[in-house]
Design a protein around this ligand. Structure first.
Ligand SMILES: [Zn+2]
Length: 105
């Protein structure tokens, strides 16, 4: 998508003229997401998350939310509090583990 005005590249900072869609210096698109900006700044060597990886993150974040919800409710019996705490700790461990594994790829 071409930009109708002179713009500055968000990745390398180069100035670009109106009507261009890609940076003349580094080739980045004029309109990119923050994730792409950070990838561009770190060399872009990190692979994008696959659909299953996104789903895994989404699912575990949801489970963490359930745990946090149970914590916040702290309704009797007390066991619910421990279940909530257990879910949150479990999710924390799982997300740290998958993060470490994916980084190594
Ligand atoms: Zn650029």
């Amino acid at each position: 998508m071409a930009i109708e005005y002179n713009w500055k590249c968000t990745v390398c900072g180069a100035a670009n003229v109106a009507g261009t869609a890609k940076c003349s210096q580094c080739g980045s698109s004029a309109i990119i997401s923050p994730i792409e900006i950070s990838l561009g700044r770190t060399g872009g060597d990190r692979p994008r998350l696959s659909t299953s990886e996104r789903f895994t993150l989404f699912a575990w974040t949801g489970i963490f939310g359930v745990g946090a919800f149970l914590e916040a409710m702290s309704i009797p019996p007390k066991a619910i509090w421990f279940i909530g705490m257990g879910l949150m700790v479990l999710c924390f461990v799982v997300l740290l583990t998958v993060g470490a594994v994916w980084k190594r790829k």
